[in-house]
Ligand binder design. Sequence first.
Ligand SMILES: NC(=O)c1ccc[n+]([C@@H]2O[C@H](COP(=O)([O-])OP(=O)(O)OC[C@H]3O[C@@H](n4cnc5c(N)ncnc54)[C@H](O)[C@@H]3O)[C@@H](O)[C@H]2O)c1
Length: 352
Amino acid sequence: MNILVTGSSGLIGSEAVEHFDRQGHCVLGIDNNMRREFFGPAGDTTWNLERLKQVTRRFVHRQLDIRDRDGLFALFKERRFDLIIHCAAQPSHDKAKEIPLVDFEVNALGTLNLLEATRQHCPEAVFIMMSTNKVYGDAPNEKPLKELATRYDYADPADFEGIDETCRIDRTLHSIFGASKVAADVMAQEYGRYFGLKVGIFRGGCLTGPSHSGVELHGFLSYLVKVAVTGQPYTVYGYKGKQVRDNIHSYDVIRAMEEYAAHPRPGEVYNLGGGRANSVSMLEAIDMIEQITGRNLKWVYNDQNRVGDHICYISDLRKLRSHYPNLSITRSLDVILNQVVAPQMAQLCTRT
Ligand SMILES: NC(=O)c1ccc[n+]([C@@H]2O[C@H](COP(=O)([O-])OP(=O)(O)OC[C@H]3O[C@@H](n4cnc5c(N)ncnc54)[C@H](O)[C@@H]3O)[C@@H](O)[C@H]2O)c1
């Protein structure tokens, strides 16, 4: 296949590049390293691009901005893609409020540029869009919760599996990021439903893995490990540190995309996270990381939660599993954490 990966130097994009290159497909990646512009030097993804060049066989990179419609259309004219994996984004909830226009241009308009280029030049291609659980805004916080010693959990046994795709996405507080992703998510659905393109939308929980350029504003586990290893302080915002996230390894994200690409269902939306087994609260994550690294994590508590932040979010994976029974979560939270810790400890050793 000819595969286009946007955001190819980022966490999910780079995993897609490696995965499909290993299988012998021709993968073209576009990434303009805008993560550095968003988050400063710690967000720079150049190291990951250089790594990809070393470990892949056919991968080709273009320094293209998804906001550059003419550039994208020229690329789509030049190459006919069979599969488009769209991962380029301004990915941070908190960053978006400083740059609402850029956030919308990248997340919403950038996505529309890609959808339209696909419709005009390769309408038979499969298009996968990485969306987010922030499209639900703070509606998941309306679920009745119970407070346990180290985490919040759903009080109603009917909610045990977590949040499913029927959760409403309007009349809720999203953050500016959540709203730009809603625009992209709904437009992607429309290209599936209205135009009949094979568009699949994945609403991610916490996506993680060793290739994340983790920064305070994005990449929670990766950044938490970074501060544990380097001894910098960490701030926990609100909910007594008992807020829960479900974590999925980037490999399992790509496996879901692969299954979808083999049997696409136009306009379908799926929640994609690690599920209950891979869920962890902030307090529990700190404890696990301290145990794995053997270091004390210095953290302080700020009583003010982040605006619109989820209290307990676990992705209900039942729809995904029923449509794609070959899928399972193959990387446990423990494996994920060990994989995130290892390269950061190695980096520390080479520095000292
Ligand atoms: N990581 C998570 O926890 C998480 C959770 C839910 C959803 N998502 C979504 O998954 C997708 C991938 O996330 P990620 O964690 O890999 O993010 P990432 O920041 O690691 O990767 C995104 C890449 O896109 C590139 N990029 C940004 N703007 C661009 C532009 N205008 N043109 C070209 N490239 C550009 C960045 O340089 C970066 O390398 C995003 O859509 C994100 O919103 C991520």
